[in-house]
Design a protein around this ligand. Sequence first.
Ligand code: ATP
Ligand code: MG
Length: 421
Amino acid sequence: MALKTTIYGWVANVKVLKKIAFVEAITNNDLTYTVIVVKKEQNPELWETAREIELGSAIKASGTYPEKSISKRGREFHADDIVVLNSPIDVMPLDPTGKTPAQIDTNLNYRYLALRFPEQRAIFSLRAKVVNACREFFIKNGFLEVHTPKICGAGAEGGATVFTLDYFGRTAFLAQSPQLYKQMLMAGVSRVYEIGPYFRAEKFSTARHLNESWGVDAEIAFIEDAEDVMNVLEKLILYVFDYLQENASKELETLGVSLKKPRSPFKRLSYSEAIEVASSQGSRVKYGEDLDTESEFAIGKAMEEEGYDAYFIYEYPWEIKPFYIMRKGNELSFAFDLDYRGLELASGGQREHRYHELIKNIKDKGLNPESFAFYLEAFKYGMPPHGGFGLGLDRLVMKIVNKKNIREVVLFPRDRQRLVP
Ligand code: ATP
Ligand code: MG
């Protein structure tokens, strides 16, 4: 005898075939429907209730799971009672059956309703697993998880891309990245990571930028060179792919994604080689400029032809990288980016750990060392050589699930237009 149980969920569809009512409901977190079956001849009253349930209602049903489930839509459940806990008081803004796909804006306005659909749920379930994978990787490799302040007294790289706020009469900033804090920590801890949000007041309207986004940041002390940092980032990315393959098959299947672990070792392209590749593909980017969307895309295509989804671009001109990056000679730097199929996923590099050189770098960027006094203080007491990276979580997930717009993988995105919900 099957055990009697109670299930809870939302009604996605109701079908009545002759004398059987089928109530399709999203009843749990595992991306499947439950098909609640009510037979008229067994329970005419309940059959009447079932066929009249409004789509979108929250319900509770008691009954049993039959040994054999013949429904293709989901696991069958034979109910002997159904209670409507609450039914919609307004027209559902999203088709409860999920048959008519909604515009992205509607999905964003009603994300909580969109999450009733397996496809949407799969995106966020997978996103959570990417975070799990990263955390597991860092723990296994001896990193300390840290949480640095998001309300700061100075901007990470200065400039106009910080949000300012009133902090009891003083001007404060929202963190653009954990950069300065994770570096300061290198004076006392040799490996840290942080998974958290950061804020940028950039007036972008692109499919890959948000004004609030999440980053996976790491910083490593006692490195020999930037290659040590690239290696950790490469291992992290491969770990995430392995982890998803093992732990997210359901999500990937629901999303129709066949995950391809990137070929490793990842290709390493110097910045000047990257410029050549971009130019040979018709991009107009010139040596000394930051890679724009067009050139990133062009490089991505060329790399794909060589069989590389993921590749590093290293040895950027110091001129176009932030002050904390260590110089390589006069012109170049120990900065790198990790790109995946034509999109920048991460930036990193070896940092300048020598106090006097760092001050010189700050001045060379036209910034005032006094504004960074709290940061510079940490460099006075045996700061070891170190380096790290900032990996865009939203972008990584967006690429894994093959979405064109970063907003699709962020629950409640913040861009210039969106401040609610
Ligand atoms: P881009 O050049 O693409 O604007 P960036 O070089 O300004 O990015 P970094 O400061 O290097 O960004 O930040 C580290 C990573 O964080 C980036 O590689 C990217 O994956 C992610 N990231 C940065 N800015 C944003 C943003 N506005 N929205 C979403 N992700 C971002
Ligand atoms: Mg970058």
